[in-house]
Design a protein around this ligand. Sequence first.
Ligand code: NAD
Length: 360
Amino acid sequence: MKTYSMMVVGMGKRGVHHATAFNANPRFKVAGICDIDQARLEAAAPKLGNPKIGTEAAALAKELKPDLFCFCTLPHLRLEFIKLGVQSGAKLIAFEKPVAMSSAEGLQIKQALEQGRVKAVVSHQHRYGEHYKAVKAVVASGALGKVHTVYGTATGWAAHMLSHLIDYTCWFNDYAEPEWAMAQAAGRGKLSDLHTSPDYIAGVVHFKNGVRGIYDCGAGAPDVPEVPYWWRKCRIGAQGSEGFAEVMTGGGWRAVTKSGGYQTGEGGMNYDYDMPPYVQQMADWLDDENKIHPCCFANAYKGFEIMSALYRSVAEGGQIPLPLTSGTDEIASLKEKMPAKKVILTLAESAKEYPDALKP
Ligand SMILES: NC(=O)c1ccc[n+]([C@@H]2O[C@H](COP(=O)([O-])OP(=O)(O)OC[C@H]3O[C@@H](n4cnc5c(N)ncnc54)[C@H](O)[C@@H]3O)[C@@H](O)[C@H]2O)c1
C-alpha cells in the first residue's frame, strides 16, 4: 500500500496533534514541518522522525511536493495556505476549523479547492469520541422516531465552538440542506480576539427536511453541570417523536427512547483518541474516491454557511436564506453594528474568559 508524504504548517497545539497522529500512522510519512518559530520546529522534529524543517511554508512545499498538505495556523490564515496547498500539487489539504473568518474568504477557498480539484478535510474531530458515536448510533437507528430538533450549546465563544456544534448537529441530521438561519448576539469583547466573534450568539436554523436546529454559544449559554471543565461544557443532541439522545463533550451521553428506555454511557473528548481515526480516514479517501471522509470540506462548508448566516442575521436582522449566494465580511458588519451593551454571564466562572462583562 502506498505511503503518502505529507507536511504540517504550524507547530502549535493543534499542529503537534496532527503531526503526531500522521507520524504514528504507517500510511503517512511526515516529510516536513514548518513554523515561523524556529524553537518550536526544533522541539517537535525529533518526536516526528526528524523531518525537514523550515520557516517558509511556500519554499518547503515547493521542495517536498507533499501528497497531503496540512496547516494548523490561527484562523486569520486560511486562504493563502489553501492556495499554497493547491499549488504544491497536494491531493488532499487538511486544515483546522473554522473554515474561514468571512463568507467572502470561505467562497474563495471553495473555488480554489474546486478549481485545483483537491480534496479537503476540516478538523471537526470530536465526533470520533465513543460518546459522540453512541449518540449518532441511537439517532441513526431510528429509535428517536421522527427527528424534529437538533441542538447544541457551549460556554466557549463562537469562533472556537460554534463550528463544532453545527457540524455535529448536521451529522445527526444527515447533513440535510439548511433553508434559513436567524440569530441574536451580545458582547463585543471577543470581536477584538484573534478567534473573532461575538461573546454570545443564540440562533435557530431551519433545515429543508423540517428539522429545527437550535444553537446557544458563548457567555450567555446555559451551564452543562455534568461537566466541570469549562471548555468542554457542550451539550449536543437530537429530539424526535419517540425520544432524545445527547452527548456532553466533556463526558458521557444519555438517551431516553420509547423502545430502549433510559440509556447512558461514558466517553470524553480526547485528542489522543480522536486524531488517529481522523487521520486514517484521510488515507482511506486518498486510496478510494468512494470513501469520502466524514469531515470532508463539503460537510464543513455547509456548517460554515450556517455560521455565516447566523452572523449575518445578527448584523442585518431577519431570516437569512441558505445557501448563501454571495460572500461578505460578517465580522466587519458585526463590529460596525453590534451595540456596546455588556454581555450578561450565565456562569460566574465564565468571567475569566469574558472579563469585559465585569468592567464598570
Ligand atoms: N479542532 C479542534 O478541536 C481545535 C482545538 C483547538 C484549536 N483549534 C483550531 O486550530 C487552529 C490552531 O490553533 P492552535 O491552538 O494550534 O494555535 P497555536 O497558536 O498553538 O499554533 C499556531 C502556530 O502557527 C504558527 N504560525 C503562525 N503563522 C505562521 C506562518 N505564516 N507559517 C508557519 N507557521 C505559522 C505559530 O507560530 C504557532 O506555532 C485554530 O484555528 C483553532 O481554532 C481546533
